[in-house]
Design a protein around this ligand. Structure first.
Ligand code: SF4
Ligand code: SF4
Length: 192
């Protein structure tokens, strides 16, 4: 089979992102704007759009505004809004899709959050769970700023002192145990 040109590959990526956007919109079409999600969210005080406002913008197809807000990146995936939504909408899952979309689009405003999310998923791909020390190393390297880790020194020392960060040697190269599984799911998603 002939190799795809860069242009063809870019078109495929754009098509697949457009399908992800449609899927996100579809998931919250039944929102009735009751505000229960906002009232349930313990992170709402720090968000620039409340969860209810974010879902309205998603319904209206204004994903750019949503992707440039802080709201979905401040979600801690506690699932409380999902449990309480009277329409039974998959809200936390949809926020996960927004995070993946922002990461795929490389939205610059949130480089720290996007790199955090990417490197978190890289360690999950490798072991099926997070290995804290490896995750921290990957995250710091991804920021390409030698001074960046200094911001976390005090917290890191406290966590190590309390035994929350097992001292395992990070493995930064090679295939992850779950890479094939992740690739397969991506293929299935692209075909759907
Ligand atoms: S709780 Fe559900 S229906 Fe109510 S505003 Fe939030 S998403 Fe919409
Ligand atoms: S899952 Fe996210 S948006 Fe929903 S209540 Fe929890 S922190 Fe808030």
């Amino acid at each position: 089979m002939a190799e795809k040109t860069t242009e063809e590959k870019n078109e495929l990526v754009e098509d697949s992102l457009a399908r992800v956007e449609e899927d996100i919109q579809e998931k919250v079409q039944a929102c009735i704007q009751c505000g229960t999600c906002t009232g349930s969210c313990s992170s709402a005080f720090a968000m620039d759009l409340t969860p209810r406002q974010m879902w309205r913008l998603v319904q209206l197809g204004q994903l750019d505004e949503v992707l440039h807000s802080k709201t979905f990146f401040l979600c801690s995936a506690c699932y409380y809004c999902t449990l309480r939504c009277p329409r039974g909408l998959p809200l936390t899952e949809t926020i996960g899709a927004l995070k993946r979309l922002a990461s795929a689009k490389g939205i610059k405003n949130f480089k720290e959050s996007i790199n955090f999310y990417r490197t978190f998923m890289e360690t999950v791909r490798r072991y099926g769970r997070v290995r804290e020390l490896e995750f921290m190393n990957r995250y710091f390297l991804s920021m390409r700023n030698p001074l960046f880790p200094l911001r976390f020194t005090s917290m890191g020392l406290k966590l190590i002192g309390k035994g929350k960060v097992p001292l395992q040697v990070p493995r930064l190269i090679g295939e992850g145990k779950f890479d094939r599984l992740f690739r397969k799911v991506k293929e299935l998603e692209e075909r759907a």
